[in-house]
Design a protein around this ligand. Structure first.
Ligand code: PEP
Ligand code: MG
Length: 571
């Protein structure tokens, strides 16, 4: 048994599928001349097997994502069947190199040669050759390639880490949960797990060491426990817990259409965070009063090129229509940090979270933002959309962004294209800089939404995805609470509103402090909505205000929590 960090609550019982990069050793000996033919035959078998696998992947991709997306695998097949490569390897084997060494050295030489060339097309081929080469070497050595594609019904994925794009490939029919060695509660795979309503524990450090393929695993993301091959009585008691959770869910669903109003009549807006059009289903099911954060970057992932203006327009319009007259805050592309887009060929950075991320990249690639804003504005004619920019640090940036919106509006007007001219424009407050100049920024903007996932990591200087310091990452730290209070106060002084779309907003206990500080809108994973609503509906705003004022004046995080626990116990 071990534990980690609960990324998405729930209980799952299933069979482990360990997504582990197998380690392998390349032979370093010399062949006897009698072994040459057999080695050439093994190499040719490996080519055949690789082509067979790639064709299957290509067909699946074509069926799931379309022919255009499947083209990349055509390229992979061309690499695997490249005659020159084949000849070079065969020559090396004839020179008495074992097949695996001959193949991996030939791949390495080709990669080094292409990487020297200053041609983006060939640089892209380097990645293909490396990828296909690794597959061929593994096939040669008889090592199975792990893939999320073909897992069985009732699988719990065990991995060192899952990238957001791997997480988005998960088929919910077959996968019932996942456990990773690294990551924190606000790493993006964790956030996606919550939107998928998939139980998950991250940052468990030892998951891939303790669990073998096929083990029975109980993933208890309620009490933060992972049980490996437990006895029948433990499994039975977990089945009972699952049934209780279902029951509780049914009870909470009765609140769906009730407003989030405190006992003394103060109303808060409760919205959902979404990453895809499909997430609006969960938002509607759980009674969201709007979308407080649409993370558009997921629309850009799992593909080989930028979505076009038309594709983006379709997605934004679909979200606007799915929420009908309720507001939808669309955040512009926030790529970088832990979110990569392979086709953009982003540089490796030493500090990606402090790097070329979000609007910083969009300022340097204006066509990306221009296309996205055109699509959002066009879709604004079909619902109640708002535009939000991530990672803003200064008034200069805010003004520049406003100017870009104005330019795009002028462009659409001159083309005679309809849009909602009253669309609100706001920013995420997720950098300490934005907090410090919140009073100035709000003069430029219609609203703020506090991104506590990043704000916590930047204020406390604690990486949000690093499990080694996960215990230091706490939005309840007085430093973070004071920042939140300042942002809300600045917006209210200017007669504007502040929401929160960081994960803190969905924490039912923290929500009491946030409500007491006067936060106007709470946006969270759809599954958290009923609980937060229940808690806020059972308190008095006047009492929450007094408690929150005391909370921001506590000297330590522990004191904040003690005060909050005492308040909860007394109410
Ligand atoms: C945040 O930083 O709090 C936020 C909501 O944005 P993301 O988690 O996508 O960085
Ligand atoms: Mg953020």
């Amino acid at each position: 048994m071990f534990s980690g960090i609960i990324a998405s609550s729930g209980v799952a019982i299933g069979k482990a599928f360990v997504l582990k990069e197998a380690e392998f050793q390349i032979s370093d000996g010399v062949l006897d001349s009698s072994e040459v033919d057999a080695n050439i035959a093994r190499f040719k078998d490996a080519i055949a097997k690789t082509v067979e696998q790639l064709e299957a992947i290509r067909d699946k991709a074509a069926a799931k994502l379309g022919e255009e997306e499947a083209e990349v695998f055509e390229g992979h097949i061309l690499v695997a069947t490249d005659e020159e490569l084949e000849e070079e390897v065969v020559e090396a084997i004839k020179g008495l190199k074992p097949a695996d060494a001959a193949l991996s050295e030939t791949i390495a030489t080709n990669v080094a040669m292409l990487a020297e060339l200053d041609d983006p097309y060939l640089r892209e081929r380097v990645a293909d050759i490396k990828d296909v080469g690794r597959r061929m070497v593994k096939n040669l050595l008889g090592i199975d390639m792990a893939s999320l594609e073909d897992v069985a019904h009732g699988t719990i994925i065990i991995a060192d880490d899952l990238t957001p794009s791997e997480t988005s490939q998960i088929d919910l029919e077959r996968v019932w949960g996942f456990i990773t060695n690294i990551g924190g509660r606000t790493s993006h795979s964790a956030i996606m797990a919550r939107s998928l309503e998939l139980p998950a524990i991250v940052g468990a450090k030892v998951a891939t060491d303790c669990i073998q393929n096929g083990d029975t695993v109980v993933l208890d993301a309620i009490n933060n426990k992972v049980l490996v091959n437990p006895d029948q009585s433990a499994i039975d008691s977990y089945k009972t817990l699952q049934a209780q959770l279902d029951e509780e869910r049914k009870e909470l669903s009765k609140l769906k259409d009730l407003p989030c109003t405190t006992v003394d009549g103060k109303q808060f807006e409760i919205c959902s965070n979404i990453g895809t059009v499909k997430d609006t289903e969960g938002a509607n099911r759980h009674g969201a009063e709007g979308v407080g954060l649409y993370r558009t970057e997921f629309l850009f992932m799992d593909r080989t090129q930028m979505p076009t203006e038309e594709e983006q327009f379709d997605a934004y319009k679909a979200v606007a229509e799915a929420m009908s007259d309720r507001p939808v805050v669309i955040r512009t592309l926030d790529i970088g940090g832990d979110k990569d887009l392979p086709y953009l060929d982003l540089p490796q950075e030493l500090n990606p979270f402090l790097g070329w991320r979000a609007i910083r990249m969009c300022f340097d690639k204006p066509e990306i933002l221009n296309t996205q804003l055109r699509a959002i504005l066009r879709a604004s004619a079909f619902g109640k959309l708002k535009i939000m920019f991530p990672m803003v640090i200064s008034v200069e940036e805010a003004r520049r962004l406003k100017q870009i919106v104005a330019d795009v509006k002028a462009e659409l007007t001159s083309e005679g294209i309809a849009f909602d001219d009253t669309v609100e424009v706001g920013i995420m407050v997720e950098t300490p800089a934005a907090v410090m100049v919140a009073d100035l920024l709000i003069q430029e903007m219609d609203f703020f939404s506090i991104g506590t996932n990043d704000l916590t990591q930047y204020i406390l200087a604690v990486d949000r995805g690093n499990e080694m310091i996960a215990d230091m990452y706490d939005p309840m730290a007085p430093a973070v609470l004071r920042a939140i209070k300042r942002v809300i106060d600045c917006s209210h002084e200017a007669g504007k509103w502040t929401g929160m779309c960081g994960e803190m907003a969905g924490d039912e206990h923290a929500s009491l402090i946030l409500a007491g500080l006067g936060l106007d809108e709470f946006s969270m994973s759809a599954t958290s909505i009923p609980r937060v609503k229940k808690v806020l509906r059972s308190h008095k705003y006047e009492e929450l205000k007094v408690m929150a004022e005391a909370a921001v004046n506590q000297p330590t995080t522990e004191d904040v929590k003690a005060l909050l626990n005492d308040f909860i116990a007394r109410h």
